[in-house]
Ligand binder design. Structure first.
Ligand SMILES: O=C(O)CCC(=O)C(=O)O
Length: 310
């Protein structure tokens, strides 16, 4: 690929201690990846999308007819609920494309994947507490735990460091106090090749194995998808708004149900072609951190304008 077709992304994108945290636990929370103004504009755009999807009769992302969806996006579940999970949001607002192409997000994903990356899915959640929250005992609450790929297929180690071929950047746009339903994970489960059912049962027996994201707005949970995770238990009166990009190696397919319009495709600059279209090739063009102690590339990056990046 000619140099002018590569995006300028930080490498390494994590400090040594952030990298070690991810290796040990399968996740790390990075604060201040987005400013409060950036969170505010993203929340506004997501609320508008949610409003427009409801006004359009709650189309699901699985609808084959793209014309029923709202700017390419749809819901995971079409029944009215306290938890709206919006899928395939990549074209629904230029701000969402700015999140997907944010150099810090791309750089963090690339560091864990260990080479060139593409976007494989793009989602957001807006949720409040469930109507029956008062009848649920927080000490015995059961989460919707799952993993996105299994440990042996989804992971490799190089230079002593953990890598995964399916990584998410999940950014909370609202503050997450302990009652605000931040994502929960079974810490370290990204390396444990046992049936998830067993790991989940053990985590319920010893809840210290379950870690929850408690972080100010504008923090990103970077995690490897072999890590077992779920939406947390929300009991406060606040609404939670999060935005998520799933990244994979460049030769993986996009596995959402959106279809890029010709108008959107025409706006993709050459240096983001790989991120949106991937590359059909056996070569994953490895770029792996060689030493835990290599310092982070600390340059600040803005949400900015998605298709005007270096
Ligand atoms: O809602 C959350 O915090 C978790 C999202 C999730 O489970 C996922 O992206 O796979």
């Amino acid at each position: 690929m000619p140099p002018d077709e590569k995006m300028d992304v930080p490498f390494p994108a994590l400090t040594p201690s952030q990298r070690l945290h991810l290796d040990i636990y399968g996740y790390v929370v990075i604060e201040n990846t987005l400013t409060s103004d950036e969170c505010g504009t993203l929340i506004e755009a997501l609320q508008k999308l949610k409003h427009d999807i409801i006004a359009a009769g709650r189309p699901t992302s699985k609808d084959h007819d793209q014309s029923t969806k709202v700017r390419g996006a749809g819901l995971a579940h079409n029944k009215p609920t306290h938890h709206d999970f919006m899928r395939d949001i990549e074209q629904a607002d230029p701000l969402f494309a700015a999140y997907i192409t944010h150099p810090r997000m791309v750089g963090m994903a690339a560091e864990i994947i260990g080479g060139e990356v593409r976007m494989v899915e793009s989602n957001a959640h807006i949720n409040t507490r469930s109507p029956d929250w008062e009848s649920q005992d927080p000490t015995t609450h059961k989460f919707g735990f799952h993993r996105g790929t299994d440990v042996p297929f989804g992971s490799h180690t190089r230079h002593g460091l953990y890598h995964s071929n399916f990584v998410k950047t999940l950014t909370n746009l609202t503050d997450l106090d302990p009652d605000d339903g931040g994502t929960v994970v079974i810490a370290g489960s990204h390396k444990i090749d046992l049936p998830p059912k067993q790991l989940i049962e053990c985590a319920y027996q010893d809840r210290s194995l379950i870690h929850q994201v408690i972080a100010p707005a504008g923090s990103t949970l970077l995690f490897a998808e072999p890590l077992i995770h779920a939406t947390g238990h929300l009991t406060s009166e606040r609404e939670r708004v999060i935005i998520i990009t799933g990244y994979g190696p460049a030769q993986f397919p996009y596995w959402g149900d959106g279809e890029l319009t010709d108008e959107f495709k025409a706006q993709i600059p050459p240096n983001q072609h790989l991120l949106f279209h991937g590359r059909q090739n056996w070569n994953r063009r490895v770029k792996e951190r060689e030493d835990l102690m290599t310092p982070v590339d600390p340059r600040p990056f803005e949400l900015g304008t998605w298709n005007q990046r270096d």
